[in-house]
Design a binder for this molecule. Structure first.
Ligand code: SAM
Length: 225
């Protein structure tokens, strides 16, 4: 599915979020508190927007982006080259549940709108605890559902009807943009996902609501033991 929608993925992100998606990624980058010469893993990197944002903000940092969609990565690589961020940003094809990195080699991890799509998120979280250094930071962006009643109704109409229709028209994919609201609907609520993260070796876990809860930013520190 991600291979098929890759050519229009960035365009649809900008249009469907009215440009907010890049602000949400910037916020995730600022929460991982990267220091000089550190290494960030951007898991489920897709077309590398998060990795590129991190590399631009921190000229010293190296970014390792992993995704299993070759088409998304190819577009990401073009952007990385266009931004002259090679070889500081490296993109590698791989599975979130079998990260091709040694234990304790990452200073921080970001995941932008990816964990919901991983078939076995618990395995991915266990892998993240393995590759992160003790006390290193994890920041996960994922869609949520607004709690304020009027906004919730309006957003739910947009997300369930308008977004899939525009997504189908622009991406020419029958189901990808209907899958989006469906998968958000089955993703655990913030309090539950916080517990899931905690149960995989993370501490100080919290869910920060962004833009009325349309998106949640999960922030956690790898336990120091
Ligand atoms: C919605 S896109 C998010 C891309 C990017 N992080 C962003 O902020 O736009 C989700 C990405 O997760 C990737 N993905 C899903 N499951 C994966 C897995 N098990 N291993 C690696 N990548 C995965 C997909 O290929 C896709 O590129």
């Amino acid at each position: 599915m991600f291979d098929a929608i890759a050519p229009r993925y960035d365009l649809l992100n900008r249009v469907l979020s009215a440009g907010l998606d890049q602000k949400w990624r910037q916020r995730a980058v600022s929460e991982v508190r990267l220091g000089p010469s550190q290494r960030l893993l951007d898991l489920c990197t897709g077309t590398a927007d998060l990795g590129i944002a991190a590399a631009r903000r921190h000229p010293d940092v190296s970014v390792f982006g992993i995704d299993f969609s070759g088409a998304m990565l190819r577009l990401g690589l073009e952007k990385v080259r266009g931004a002259r961020l090679e070889p500081r940003v490296r993109l590698v094809r791989g599975d979130a549940t079998r990260i091709p990195l040694a234990d304790g080699t990452c200073d921080a991890v970001t995941i932008g709108f990816g964990i919901r799509n991983v078939a076995e998120p618990a395995l991915a979280l266990a892998e993240l605890a393995r590759v992160l250094k003790p006390a290193a930071r994890l920041a996960i962006l994922e869609f949520g559902q607004p709690r304020i009643p009027g906004i919730r109704t309006l957003y739910s109409w947009y997300f369930r009807y308008l977004l899939p229709a525009v997504g189908k028209l622009v991406s020419h994919h029958q189901s990808a943009y209907s899958y989006l609201p469906a998968s958000v609907g089955t993703f655990p609520p913030p309090a539950e996902f916080v517990k899931t993260i905690e149960s995989h070796g993370f501490v100080n876990v919290r869910a920060v609501s962004l833009t009325f809860g349309i998106v949640y930013l999960y922030i956690a520190d790898r336990s120091s033991r």
